[in-house]
Design a protein around this ligand. Structure first.
Ligand SMILES: [Zn+2]
Length: 496
């Protein structure tokens, strides 16, 4: 019994680091970003792509035109832990005024020595200036509204030896947030960028990259002495002579996890290829992961719309937190160790959580630093929805062990800069956020609550949503007086 209790405590400690980087050393890096693989091959800016299907009365927005295109030629030397990259970014000025600057966000710069800049060029690129992970490019002449320009960036990654979403260990190499990106831009408010927040215990607090829906095209070459590598990625790879080709449209990022010891299993489920990539000792867990993933995909298909990509990869991570990326989830090996004793285990809690981010993060973007509750509160609450539907006898256990036992407090609309660091952030945004959503559901009723959630997701697909978008959806479906509830949970409640 004592052993079981200890296991449970360890397990809970791990699971609470869902989508977070836990107890990281000073030079650690964050990396959240998710992405999804669509049903059709990515044809950048094509109008031929299949749109997500909402409920009959809800029309998802058309795929945004003039999306940014990230085109990468990358050569990975797994044994030497380097990646040589030639990147082209095609960027459209979607604003209604000329742009004379373009901002590059270069996440690998958070790791000392990891990013070696080669040449940055482009027909409009003039002087540049660097500030931390930001490089501002002067455009000469300016980029006119509706016009596009291309930038070429040549760089080499010297991956850090760290167990995390960016770096290598003896068991795998992870590439998340591994190349320069252009952040969202609004002519009124400027570039939407945030700094990574690291708390007093050197734990990274949440995530910091807001991203537009963009198109990704990667040609990956392998070099060096490593043999028999298995590559998990945000989309399906196609073998081509000398390289593997990946395409991923309408995503927030593109990620890879590579290992010389992955055991891969796959099933087809409702038109989606679900793949698990686990380490050999977790071979049996791979099937358990798939079963939870199938249920979760079914649930979110009903709540939102069917998973809009061809593949979903669930990847064992050689570190002790969990992370969503588009089309691919990284699940801590520590969590997988506890898959037994189903359903009272972290897999059953965390897989629905991370899969929910394929909608609430990837399809519907939000600013993860300024309004993290928009994805994380619902991701946590979706764990409860999973238990309610598939393990109803254990729902009370979930609430007690996942939420109530921590006696969470704090404003649900806290940013990652919340005083108190990671623990305060988790309690306020994830845990109090789940309590808030349950209270909201009880106040407006199931019918209004779920109709509003669906509308919010459908209406904000491909966009970067705000709290106002969420509450407008609630308001469309309920006349209940929300003011007392909002004042209880929100520091800056919306006004109706
Ligand atoms: Zn999460």
């Amino acid at each position: 019994m004592r052993q079981r209790l200890l296991a449970l405590i360890i397990a809970l400690s791990l699971l609470l680091s869902a989508c977070g980087q836990h107890a990281t050393p000073p030079a650690e890096l964050p990396t959240p970003v998710a992405q999804i693989t669509r049903t059709s091959e990515a044809i950048p800016n094509s109008s031929l792509e299949t749109e997500p299907v909402g409920t009959p009365e809800l029309e998802p927005p058309a795929a945004p035109e003039n999306r940014t295109v990230y085109d990468l030629d990358a050569t990975l030397d797994y044994a030497q832990h380097t990646v040589s990259v030639v990147q082209h970014i095609t960027y459209f000025n979607r604003a209604d005024q000329a742009m004379n600057e373009l901002l590059l966000l270069i996440p690998p710069r958070y790791f000392a020595g990891a990013y070696s800049q080669g040449n940055i060029s482009g027909e409009l690129v003039g002087q540049s200036r660097e500030n931390g992970i930001q490089t501002m490019l002067n455009l000469e002449p300016s980029l006119e509204p509706g016009a596009s320009t291309q930038i070429q960036i040549i760089f080499t990654l010297f991956l850090p030896n760290r167990q995390g979403v960016f770096g290598w260990s003896d068991m795998q190499t992870n590439l998340v947030d591994w190349f320069p990106v252009i952040p969202p831009y609004d002519p009124t408010t400027g570039w939407q960028v945030n700094e990574r927040v690291v708390d007093a215990t050197n734990t990274i607090v949440g995530e910091y990259i807001a991203a537009d829906s963009a198109d990704f095209h990667l040609r990956l070459r392998l070099t060096g002495t490593a043999q028999d590598l298995t590559i998990a990625a945000s989309s399906e790879g196609k073998e081509q002579p000398g390289y593997i080709e990946y395409q991923l449209p309408l995503a927030r990022s593109f990620s890879l996890s590579v290992s010389d010891r992955f055991v891969m299993q796959e099933v087809q489920h409702e038109g989606v290829t679900i793949r698990t990539y686990v380490f050999p000792q977790h071979r049996e867990a791979g099937q358990a992961i798939i079963e939870v993933a199938k249920n979760a995909l079914d649930m979110f298909a009903e709540l939102f719309y069917p998973y809009p990509r061809q593949t979903l990869s669930l990847v064992a991570a050689d570190f002790l937190h969990n992370m969503e990326t588009d089309g691919m989830l990284l699940i801590s090996k520590g969590v997988i160790d506890f898959y037994r004793d189903a359903p009272l285990n972290n897999l059953t809690i965390l897989i629905p959580h991370e899969i929910s981010h394929q909608w609430l993060y990837s399809m519907v973007g939000n600013d993860p630093a300024r309004e993290p509750w928009l994805d994380e509160a619902f991701a946590t609450y979706s764990e409860a929805l999973y238990f309610e539907r598939f393990q109803p006898d254990q729902l009370d256990w979930w609430w007690q062990n996942r939420v109530e036992g921590f006696k969470p407090s704090g404003w649900v609309d806290s940013s990652t800069s919340i005083p108190g660091g990671y623990t305060a952030y988790r309690d306020a945004v994830y845990l109090n956020g789940a309590i808030f959503l349950q209270s909201l559901r009880q106040l407006v009723g199931d019918e209004a609550f779920f109709a509003a959630i669906t509308q919010y997701v459908v209406d904000n697909t491909y966009k970067i949503a705000s709290g106002n978008d969420f509450f407008n959806a609630i308001r469309n479906h309920s006349d209940a007086d929300l003011n007392a509830l909002l004042r209880q949970y929100f520091e800056n409640p919306p006004s109706f």
